[in-house]
Design a protein around this ligand. Structure first.
Ligand SMILES: NCc1[nH]cc(CCC(=O)O)c1CC(=O)O
Length: 322
């Protein structure tokens, strides 16, 4: 086995230190990233050391994410470890990564995107959910989507990792819940629940995508990590994130979006909601891959047509609460 030397590290082995959160889902994503890196470069697995970093978002699971500091809770510690050189790369669920990143860090690779769909657990369809059922979720998007379709339902707080949410459901704390198919798949729970088709129920921005971040000035690691980038997934994730950024969306913002490719062109389809699901605005735009202004044009169109009950939750809108 030949390994390029790593002058950044005093140790000859491992070659790269991969930082990850400690949840079972994050660890599964870290293992997938390590496997892909080692396969791409012909390394054995010892070349990449997994470094679990405890995220503050994992410490307090009883209050909504938006109330305790938002998505930064998932990335703050990893950002610091990466910025300070304790790790060489950080692996993220791109859905949990804020649109504004520290300039000294660069999203270097996006792995092939997994199943983008949400899965409904506890009922076989949205219309099949019993009248007045309790829906366990803390995601503003999932709550708004459900209330938009089923205003009779009651939303109950459901944070925690995938296994603990399934345990809460099994314990009767809610009648149904929604989880990402990608997360269930990565945890070996394929077959749990009913996937909701995207023409009926759009996912969150960047759902199902694993991203790898490096220090911007670490050209050597960036080149190694770039080898496992999946260009179509990368383009899709960047378009969805660009839309979210142009909307001024954050973790309070009920937004669903999906990017799809057909005939060499990209289509972004998005729905914005008021938190109670009573108001919604939908739009879609088809554009050439190189047209990096297109997501902002769609954002402008959506915000212009959105009611005040929606725009209050998007900082890109005039009069938004922030
Ligand atoms: N917010 C938690 C989170 N972040 C990423 C995933 C799933 C995996 C993914 O979408 O990449 C999940 C769990 C869920 O929403 O069910």
């Amino acid at each position: 086995m030949t390994r390029p030397s790593n002058p950044a590290s005093s140790l000859p082995s491992p070659l790269l230190r991969l930082g990850t959160r400690q949840s079972p889902l994050a660890m599964a994503q870290a293992h997938e990233t390590r496997s892909r890196l080692c396969a791409a470069h012909g390394w054995d697995e010892n070349a990449v050391e997994l470094v679990p970093v405890r995220a503050s978002g994992d410490k307090n699971v009883d209050v909504p994410l938006a109330d305790i500091g938002g998505k930064a809770l998932w990335t703050k510690e990893l950002d610091a470890w990466l910025g300070e050189g304790h790790i060489d790369l950080a692996v993220h669920s791109m859905k949990d990564v804020e649109t504004i990143r520290p300039p000294q860090l660069t999203i270097t690779a996006i792995l092939p995107r997994a199943d983008v769909r949400d899965v409904l657990i506890g009922a076989s369809s949205i219309t099949g959910i019993p009248q007045g059922a309790r829906v366990g979720t803390s995601a503003p998007r999932r709550a708004a989507q459900m209330l938009s379709r089923r205003p009779d339902c009651e939303i109950v707080m459901f944070r925690g990792n995938v296994a603990s949410r399934l345990a809460k459901l099994a314990a009767g704390e809610a009648d149904v819940t929604l989880l990402a198919a990608a997360g269930l798949e990565r945890l070996g729970r394929t077959g749990t629940g009913t996937p909701l088709e995207v023409d009926d129920w759009l996912p969150a921005p960047a759902q199902g995508a694993i991203g790898i971040e490096c220090r911007t000035d670490d050209a050597e690691t960036r080149a190694l990590v770039a080898a496992i980038d999946h260009a179509p997934s990368h383009a899709a994730i960047m378009a969805e994130r660009a839309l979210l950024a142009a909307l001024g969306g954050n973790c309070h913002s009920p937004i669903a979006v999906l990017s799809e490719m057909a005939d060499g062109r990209m289509t972004l389809t998005s729905v914005l909601y008021s938190p109670d699901g009573a108001e919604r605005v939908q739009g879609s735009l088809t554009f050439d891959i190189g047209d990096t202004d297109a997501p902002a044009r769609l954002a402008g169109d959506l915000l212009q047509r959105a009611s005040a009950g929606i725009t209050a939750y998007f900082d890109g809108a005039p009069g938004a609460v922030s």
